[in-house]
Design a protein around this ligand. Sequence first.
Ligand code: 0O2
Length: 221
Amino acid sequence: DNASSMHRQLYQLKQMMLLYEAAMDAITSRVEVLQEDFRLLHDYNPIEHVKSRLKSAESILGKAQRKGIELTVTNLMNSLYDIAGVRLTCSFPSDLYTVRDLLLSQPDLRLVEEKDYVSSPKPNGYKSLHLIIQVPVHLSTGTHSVPVEVQLRTIAMDFWASLEHKIYYKYDHDVPRHLTDALKLAADVADTLDTSMERIHREVQNLDQSRESSEAPDALI
Ligand code: 0O2
């Protein structure tokens, strides 16, 4: 009857949110382990910040309606990949790929989609590396593969994207031309900053390495 069908739907919805939360926490926790490991092993850490968010019920419903997705839990899980999101901010552009490769080398994580807006930025200047990673979540009733959207950005790309996002919503998706032009220019400046910072970082790292090798004890052989 109606009441039991509503009860079942509510249960499914709660279970869905539990799955997404668990998958998101799993990614966050693995990234935190990598961060700790980098702190122990190396003198610098490629992951600056980790932020995660679950899409609100309102935005899930809004997006499902916009995309014409019928509102069932199975449909939502198969069609919306950004219900759980983790954003990783790194210092330098090459770190994005280092962290990507480290995550994807974990045998139970599966890459289902990748959009590289770093090598191919969006026309507005947006840059980030987007991965949809499927994470196994074990419930009492069995194991589910749950997609999590992982966005990797440098600090400069994140600074730009946060401001652009605010402006985009402030103008209700219709940003005046002079602001889109200014944002595009700012994106180019952020890009130049990223390139310069990476070059400086590399030079210092190479210097450290050559010092270490010249100071290394050579009497063991
Ligand atoms: P929010 O509020 O961050 O969650 P789809 O996800 O299928 O609707 P698409 O184009 O396939 O759309 O996804 P894509 O390109 O991977 O982008 C999804 C997310 O990336 C967005 O989520 C933003 O977080 C970010 N993003 C993409 N393009 C831009 C951009 O031009 N500017 C900024 N600031 N962020 C961008 P949401 O749901 O739009 O927003």
